[in-house]
Design a protein around this ligand. Structure first.
Ligand code: CMP
Length: 138
């Protein structure tokens, strides 16, 4: 068994029907889907998820954006999952994301950046538990 990361396909990427292409890239990069669900965050839940950013100037906009449509949450497993997934998605700002990364291909802006990936093993576990019970993880 490899280790795990947490990811969300964000509202604009789901609305623009990029979910299938993104999931294909994730599986082809060697990640195993451990848990998956489509859901919609309230502004309050989005705020809780991104609580670490609460002092940042973009926090209010981020809450609105992340609650503006459906998202697809998932837990992914692979050796070196957190770091390898961040390589696959590319930099937060799509203008700086390497060619061929998910954000390079599908993100629109630094905020509407198509997908989230955990930044540490510790946060991956916290974020996974935010969306999924043990019974929903396979
Ligand atoms: P994510 O990797 O999910 O983590 C925090 C999110 O905040 C980030 O993706 C972007 O959606 C958003 N974000 C980060 N930096 C900025 C910024 N400078 N301006 C607007 N949104 C940002």
């Amino acid at each position: 068994m490899g280790n795990r990361t947490f990811s969300m396909i964000k509202p604009e990427a789901v609305a623009e029907k990029h979910s299938g292409a993104i999931l294909k890239m994730i599986e082809e990069a060697g990640f195993r889907i451990v848990a998956l669900k489509m859901t919609k965050l309230s502004e309050e839940r989005a705020g809780q998820f991104y609580e670490v950013h609460k002092e940042r100037p973009f926090y209010n906009d981020l809450k609105k954006y992340m609650s503006s449509g459906h998202i697809i949450a998932m837990i992914l497993e692979k050796e070196n999952a957190v770091a390898d997934f961040r390589k696959l998605i590319g930099a937060t700002d799509p203008a700086k994301a390497e060619p061929g990364t998910i954000r390079n291909l599908f993100a629109k802006s630094i905020e509407s950046n198509a997908i989230h990936g955990s930044d540490s093993d510790e946060n991956a576990a916290i974020e996974a538990a935010f969306f999924f019970s043990r019974m929903e993880q396979f």
